[in-house]
Design a protein around this ligand. Structure first.
Ligand SMILES: Cc1ncc(COP(=O)(O)O)c(C=O)c1O
Length: 1020
């Protein structure tokens, strides 16, 4: 808007229009009788008018003295858009009773006020939409681009005016720097200078009349929560004839607010804009600065407006987020931003990408030109990718002596080859936190290797491939940095490019000064050893770059996966020079190929997690890592009990496997060791163990024992209980036989209602007793059929039932009834055992009972197929009726070594206590979230075995929200699962190494997702 308006001395109070006045105006001028409600507006006073028929309008009352031409421009634009063929919605201008598009009235202070009436466009305002998905951002850009393309043929003299909001005129902000502190000033001056320095080229960019203000209050989004799209852009009050790129800069400036990574957030907007209005390469060169200058204007305007109209809160709305984003924008490399914008518009990210490839194609460069002391050129491609078996355990590759030893072995096996590789290889070896950041979709790690590594011994001389000039010669010290780093600049056939040599001795690099000239074939550096080379086994990191961007003393050698397309254009494959077949990147199967194969050749009822399944190739502690190196925080896997691929457990298995693995008919200590470790945790009464290979097999064996001991086959089990996949186990698993494909309750199975005290048959007082009474009723029914009770089986927290904690007294009373009827009591600890519940090692201990049989599974082998049945001497004696119990794999030395190490690790690392503490922390935090978001009806469980139940106000289950939540959490890099009879319970049962920091991350993203619009999509 024009500066004069803002310095209007008249007080804001004198200008304000009440709702009643607005109603009167619209009735008198337009003969429309409706209710007025105030809407935000920077200059105009805006009202929504709704008449009795439900028709809605926007009434816009200008400030006194407003220029007719200026309003006429807006009305003409709307008229032009209405008449265009453009497939989009825009507000319609409505004429007053006398046929005028701009009307007038006299306000209470005798001032003439101009009035316009527009059609109201229904929908949600951008600022109120959450989240702003990439698709939505694309549609925003696309819609704005469409308006720009239609307005190409529009002209109006008033559009040539002065405006403080025109980015082209934004250097007026320089006069107001005194309003800011020194840190703020530095940022503002940086962008003002940057913008000023390119005025020549900027002023020659294409111009047109553009909307120029698609800020987050002017964007209307349709009502679809599933696939929201931009429906209209309103308020053409800032339309102006200016550089077209300014329009996109403004759209971006607002769309990137409140985003962790504003550059990433801007790209779908730019892509969308370019799809409907083709942007030119030279326009993109100014986009980074133009976006910044819009923010500079917003911030400066806010600072001024605070002085002029302290009451007008609208004027201050974007100040805080504008500062936040501008500070982040300052941290972004302008050159990298430009290349990202180019890529988003389908231009080559780096303009010289193809030229360099073409030039490199004709070069004859050998690897031993780099390493003349090596007389071979043939390569052995070393796989250091996330899924590399050669790397092995992450603790192994952190051991540099071991790593070097393995490299030496490889060289011995391939004496005439150069061990090398790594371009675009996704690696998980970069464990330093310097490689991580919080992106728009959760934690992101730099994983994509941009150079080729050549594994040569320390002090190997490195020589120059081309004439060049030193642009960087530094000691990039620190763990997992470059150590001695040299970068040379080259110019060949008019193409500038750079070569980077990392991990040299510091001395061999520091001999150079910037600007030193290097001749082809001259010796450059010598390879360093650890720790001076950044703490790696000796190797050369060799990288080619077409631009140094803004880097001077460092340069990324590893990039974030989501920026790979841009980086690979800036850093071409060094193998374009060497042309070695072996150095080409190794291609694994695509996820689609894996899925197609599974669908054709694996069991047809196997399921896959998530709409877009993930390929996991590595585990580490509480994380699973996919093939691109993305780390997912795992809150699902209670099997990886002491952490994914726990070093000592892996070692225990590997070491034993190297010696012997055979059945338990031979003597071996391992089976005794594991037995002893387990007995330490069990009550004295339970003192005999049988080892099997799965939870199902454990329960199957328990059921055989029941028959042998009692001679009965009637089993009492819980509604929605699950006990395994074998015939007998399915027969007692209501979760299966009452579910899809099931045949209902078998004759000898007796199901008591899920003892859920939140939403079950009984809630409130004495629920334990009431549910136990249901067990009693089943016993009576069995007796009525003249049969006897074999056993009662239940989990201490019913997992598939939705993390149902057994109500107080239920287990004790039920055991009493069952035992009185001659039955055995089985505690299925397959999910909850081994310390997970925090307070106790086994679930039954929470209830002050001792079962006859305890079945143990999942956690015992930390992923290795190992399970056990523990029982009393009496049960064991009766089961041993002469028939041999033989199990080919059960109790083998490898499995037992693993199981023993798991139990020792739980103790050594105090993991039961950790489960208690982190579990309590999580439960308390979740309860706090539940207070703010009543959609969380119940938070329950013990230790690290928790459930969050999602319900509406009358406790109806919210399964869709649960599904939405876990899918969104996955987007943010957190794996969660859903269960319960109504699929509305989120389960939390992570590896026990899951710590408080992991818990904080989980809560942070959970709160974020719960606040998203779609979460409430199916609210009743
Ligand atoms: C409570 C319970 N029991 C038994 C089993 C069967 O164990 P497995 O899958 O190892 O055969 C499961 C598996 O999920 C379970 O949750």
């Amino acid at each position: 808007m024009i500066l004069a308006k803002l310095t209007n001395p008249m007080s804001y109070q004198h200008l304000k229009i009440s709702n009643q006045q607005a109603q009167k105006v619209v009735a008198e001028l337009y003969n429309i009788h409706g209710k007025a409600s105030q809407l935000p507006g920077e200059i105009d006073f805006n009202f929504k008018i709704e008449n009795e028929n439900g028709d809605t309008y926007i009434l816009k009352i200008s400030r006194p003295g407003e220029s007719y031409n200026y309003l006429d421009l807006q009305q003409k634009i709307l008229h032009f858009l209405e008449k265009s063929d453009g497939d989009f919605i825009a507000p319609r201008a409505i004429k007053d009773k006398s046929g005028k598009l701009i009307s007038e009235f006299i306000d209470n202070h005798d001032q003439k006020r101009k009035v316009r009436l527009l059609s109201y466009i229904d929908g949600r305002i951008w600022v109120n939409v959450n989240p702003h998905s990439n698709d939505l951002k694309y549609s925003l850009g696309n819609h704005c681009g469409l308006i720009t393309s239609v307005l190409q043929n529009f002209n109006h003299p008033a559009a040539q005016s002065k405006s403080e909001w025109d980015i082209a005129q934004s250097l007026w902000t320089k006069e107001h720097l005194h309003l800011f502190n020194s840190e703020e000033k530095e940022i503002l001056v940086y962008f003002q200078n940057k913008f000023e320095s390119v005025q020549n080229s900027f002023s020659s960019l294409r111009k047109a009349i553009v909307h120029n203000d698609a800020n987050n209050l002017n964007i209307i989004v349709n009502s679809s929560l599933e696939k929201p799209k931009v429906k209209a852009i309103i308020d053409f009050g800032d339309a102006i004839y200016t550089q077209i790129i300014n329009d996109l800069a403004i759209v971006c400036a607002y769309a990137i607010m409140s985003q962790e990574d504003p550059l990433e957030a801007s790209l779908p907007v730019i892509k969308g804009y370019h799809a409907s209005f083709s942007l030119q390469e030279e326009e993109l060169e100014h986009l980074y600065s133009a976006i910044a200058m819009r923010l500079v204007v917003t911030i400066t305007k806010s600072a001024l407006n605070k002085l002029i109209e302290p009451d007008n809160s609208y004027l201050l709305i974007s100040e805080k987020p504008a500062w936040q984003v501008l500070k982040k924008w300052r941290q972004i490399d302008a050159g990298f931003a430009l290349l990202s914008f180019r890529k988003a518009c389908s231009y080559l990210a780096h303009p010289n990408e193809n030229k360099f490839s073409a030039w490199a194609k004709n070069q004859k460069v050998n690897i031993n030109d780099l390493f003349p002391t090596c007389n071979s050129n043939s390569v052995y491609h070393i796989d250091l990718s996330v899924s590399s078996k050669w790397i092995g355990h992450h603790k192994d590759y952190e051991n540099l002596d071991l790593f070097q030893f393995k490299i030496d072995q490889l060289k011995k096996q391939h004496p005439n080859k150069i061990v090398a590789g790594g371009y675009l290889e996704p690696r998980s070896v970069y464990t330093s936190s310097a490689y991580d950041k919080k992106g728009n979709y959760g934690r992101e790690s730099r994983t994509i290797h941009l150079g080729i590594d050549f594994w040569f011994p320390a002090l190997t001389p490195v020589h120059a491939l081309f004439d060049g000039e030193v642009v960087t010669a530094v000691n990039d010290s620190g763990d997992k940095e470059y150590g001695g780093l040299l970068i040379l600049k080259h110019r060949q056939k008019g193409i500038d490019f750079f070569t980077l040599y990392g991990h040299n001795t510091v001395d061999s690099v520091l001999q150079y000064k910037l600007g030193d000239k290097i001749k082809k074939a001259e010796k450059l550096t010598e390879l360093g050893n650890y720790p001076e080379n950044g703490n790696w086994a000796p190797h050369l990191h060799f990288q080619v770059m077409l631009s140094m961007l803004d880097y001077k003393i460092d340069y990324p050698g590893v990039a974030y996966f989501n920026q790979i397309d841009v980086w690979k254009s800036i850093c071409p494959d060094p193998n374009l020079l060497f042309k070695s077949k072996e150095l080409s990147p190794i291609k694994g199967s695509s996820n689609k190929e894996i899925i197609d194969f599974r669908n054709q050749h694996l069991g047809k009822s196997l399921s896959l997690q998530y709409k877009e399944p993930i390929k996991m190739v590595r585990g580490a502690g509480a994380y699973l890592i996919d093939q691109n190196g993305r780390k997912y925080l795992d809150t699902v896997n209670n099997v990886a009990h002491v952490g994914h691929e726990h070093e000592s457990v892996v070692k225990a298995g590997q070491e034993q496997m190297a010696l012997i693995n055979t059945n338990s008919r031979y003597l071996h200590e391992n089976i005794n060791d594991l037995t002893q470790e387990l007995l330490k945790t069990l009550p004295d009464e339970i003192s005999v163990l049988h080892f099997v290979n799965s939870g199902s097999e454990a329960n199957e064996l328990a059921l055989r024992m029941v028959k042998a001991v009692t001679g009965k086959k009637d089993i009492i089990a819980s509604e929605v209980g699950y006990h395994g996949n074998t015939n007998e186990c399915i027969e007692i698993s209501s979760y299966k036989f009452d579910g899809t494909g099931g045949n209902g309750t078998p004759e000898h199975t007796h199901i008591f209602p899920l003892p859920d005290s939140f939403r079950g048959k009984y809630t409130g007082e004495k629920t334990g007793e009431k549910y136990a009474n249901e067990v009693k009723k089943l016993i009576d029914a069995i007796h009525n059929k003249n049969r006897g009770v074999g056993a009662f089986i239940v989990e201490p927290i019913i997992s598939c039932g939705g993390q149902i904690e057994l109500p107080k007294g239920f287990l004790k009373k039920s055991y009493e009834y069952v035992r009185n009827a001659g039955g055995l009591c089985i505690s299925d600890e397959i999910q909850v055992g081994c310390g997970r519940l925090g307070k106790t090692f086994w679930g039954f201990e929470l209830h002050d009972v001792i079962p006859d049989i305890v079945t143990i599974g999942k956690p015992l082998g930390n992923g290795h197929p190992l399970a056990a049945v523990a029982c009393t001497q009496e049960v064991a004696n009766k089961f041993a009726n002469g028939m041999e119990y033989f199990n080919t794999f059960g109790g083998n030395p490898v499995s037992c070594a693993i199981g023993t190490e798991v139990l020792r690790t739980v103790e050594r690392e105090n993991l039961q206590q950790q489960a208690l503490e982190v579990g309590e922390y999580l439960k308390n935090e979740l309860k706090k979230v539940a207070k703010d978001f009543p959609v969380i009806g119940d938070v329950r469980g013990q230790g690290l075995f928790l459930g969050i139940e999602l319900v509406d106000i009358i406790k109806n289950p919210l399964a869709r929200q649960a599904e939405y939540l876990i899918n969104r959490m996955k987007d943010f890099g957190i794996l969660m699962s859903v269960d319960g009879p109504d699929n509305n319970v989120i389960k939390i049962k992570p590896p026990m190494v899951f710590n408080k920091t992991n818990g904080e991350e989980l809560i942070y993203y959970l709160k974020k997702v719960i606040q998203e619009d779609s979460f409430f999509k199916y609210k009743l």
